[in-house]
Design a protein around this ligand. Structure first.
Ligand SMILES: Cc1cc2nc3c(=O)[nH]c(=O)nc-3n(C[C@H](O)[C@H](O)[C@H](O)COP(=O)(O)O)c2cc1C
Length: 168
């Protein structure tokens, strides 16, 4: 086998690429709300509607994901940098001061995201130091048409450098 690139090499490459920032939330078997900031989120299938999220094996959210509990994907807006930073930090209550309601599954549904996808966990695959969580989307809600997505590039939060907005 060829020698492997280092984690630093890979991080340096991905730093060049703007990535949309998401918040993933769930509710564990004890009724605890859990949340995490994630950029490793992508669509997988349209029919049936499926998405995937790559989660670090040691993240708190990995355990309820392995138990195949439902989760919610939020496409964060440019105005939600504080929430993205909070959900990525080891604070005790990640949802304190974060405006949200509850989904049917008990996960937090954050207000003002540009889109919210409620998902049932379909499959969980091990992949190195992450797990790949595949979810079937049960509900999609879109936010305001004028909201811009929050992006992450070069280790910092940035916004879209154009006034183009997709039509619906
Ligand atoms: C912009 C950004 C993107 C991130 N993307 C991911 C990701 O895709 N997958 C992941 O496992 N962690 C990702 N993280 C790190 C988690 O948000 C972070 O580890 C979080 O605090 C989870 O830790 P916990 O164990 O306290 O829940 C990202 C962090 C930031 C700031």
């Amino acid at each position: 086998m060829a020698p492997l690139a280092t984690a630093e090499d890979l991080r340096a490459a991905f730093k060049l690429r703007p990535e949309p920032v998401c918040a993933i939330t769930t509710c564990d078997e004890y009724g605890e709300r859990i949340g995490m900031t994630a950029t490793s989120v992508t669509s997988v299938s349209m029919t049936p509607p499926m998405v995937l999220v790559c989660v670090r094996t040691h993240a708190l959210i990995a355990s309820p994901m392995r138990a195949r509990l439902p989760f919610v994907v939020h496409f964060l807006s440019d105005g939600q940098r504080d929430i993205a930073a909070r959900l990525a930090s080891p604070v005790e209550d990640k949802f304190e001061g974060v405006s949200h309601r509850m989904s049917r599954s008990g996960a937090a549904r954050l207000d003002r995201a540009i889109a919210v996808l409620e998902c049932d966990t379909t499959d969980v695959h091990p992949a190195g130091d992450h797990i790949i969580v595949v979810g079937t989307v049960t509900k999609v809600d879109l936010g305001g048409p004028d909201d811009d997505p929050l992006l992450f590039r070069g280790g910092t939060f940035v916004t879209v450098a154009t006034d183009h907005r997709p039509s619906r």
